[in-house]
Write a protein that binds this ligand. Structure first.
Ligand code: TMP
Length: 236
C-alpha cells in the first residue's frame, strides 16, 4: 500500500492518503494534550500503544457485530482504515460518574450510574465541543434520526462488549468517547480510536487510574499506565 500525501494532522494522529482512494493510513503520535490543547507533552511510545490497543479492541467489536473502519495494522504506529466522512459528534458513554459529569452534577467520582448514560458533543474545537442533544443534531442536520438510532444502538453494544472484555483483563470501563463515520454507500461505522486517551480505565481491584487522567491530573506514571493496559489486553 503506497503512503501518499498527508491529509490531516490532529492532536494525536496524522492521516495520509493511499493509492486506493477508499482507504487511509492513520499514524498515531506520541503527543498528548488536555484541556482542548492547552496542556501539551510528549509520551514516548504512546502512539504505538494506542495504535495496538485500538486495533485489538476494534477487532473484538467487529467480531461482536459492530462495523468499524479497521482494515489492517501496517506497522506498530500505523493502521490502514476505511475512508469515511466523520459525523461531527463525540459520543460519550458513561457507566460510572467521573470527569465532567461528576463535576456538572456534583457527584462523587466513582458513583455508579443506575443506567448507562449517553451524551453527544458537537465536534468543534473553537466552540470547545459543546454538549448537544437529539434535537440540536436533527436541527443542524449532523445526523438523521435513523443514523442517530444506529449510533446509539452501536454505542450500547460497544459498551457491553468492551466492559466484559476489559473486566476479564482486570480493567473497569468507567466512560469513553466514540466517533462514527459514513462510508461512501452511506452505512454508519465506528471510526477514530479506542485507547487510554479516549477512555477512563480503572484497575478493577485497586481503582488505580490507567488512562489519560494520569496526565490531565498530573498523577505521573502515564507511560506505565498505558503499558499496563496494553500488557493486560495483548499480553505484551
Ligand atoms: P469527560 O468526563 O471529560 O466529559 O470525558 C468523558 C470521556 O470521554 C473520557 O473517557 C474522556 C473522553 N473524551 C475524549 O476522548 N475526548 C474529549 O474531547 C472529551 C471531552 C472526552
Amino acid at each position: 500500500m503506497l503512503k501518499k500525501n498527508q491529509l490531516y494532522e490532529g492532536k494525536a494522529k496524522k492521516v495520509f492518503a493511499v493509492d486506493d482512494g477508499d482507504l487511509l493510513i492513520v499514524e498515531y503520535k506520541d503527543d498528548v494534550t488536555a484541556g482542548n490543547g492547552v496542556k501539551k507533552s510528549v509520551i514516548t511510545g504512546k502512539g504505538v500503544i494506542n495504535n495496538r490497543i485500538t486495533n485489538h479492541l476494534m477487532q473484538i467489536l467487529e467480531k461482536a457485530g459492530v462495523p468499524t473502519h479497521f482494515v489492517k495494522e501496517l506497522s506498530p504506529s500505523e493502521t490502514l482504515v476505511k475512508l469515511v466522512k466523520i459525523i461531527p459528534l463525540e459520543v460519550i458513554v458513561r457507566n460510572i460518574a467521573a470527569g465532567s459529569l461528576a463535576k456538572r452534577l456534583g457527584l462523587e467520582e466513582g458513583t455508579p450510574l443506575s443506567k448507562t448514560v449517553l451524551e453527544y458533543c458537537y465536534k468543534d474545537d473553537a466552540l470547545g465541543d459543546p454538549m448537544v442533544n437529539d434535537y440540536h443534531i436533527a436541527a443542524m442536520g449532523w445526523a438523521s434520526s435513523e443514523e442517530l438510532e444506529k449510533i446509539a444502538a452501536y454505542s450500547f453494544k460497544i459498551n457491553e462488549t468492551l466492559s466484559e472484555h476489559l473486566k476479564e483483563a482486570g480493567v473497569r470501563l468507567i466512560d469513553f468517547k466514540l466517533e462514527f463515520g459514513r462510508l461512501p454507500c452511506g452505512d454508519v461505522i465506528l471510526a477514530d480510536e479506542i485507547s487510554p486517551d479516549t477512555c477512563r480505565f480503572w484497575d478493577l481491584k485497586t481503582g488505580e487510574k490507567l488512562d489519560k487522567d494520569r496526565f490531565r491530573l498530573d498523577l505521573g506514571g502515564v507511560n506505565e499506565a498505558y503499558n499496563e493496559v496494553l500488557k493486560r489486553l495483548l499480553g505484551c
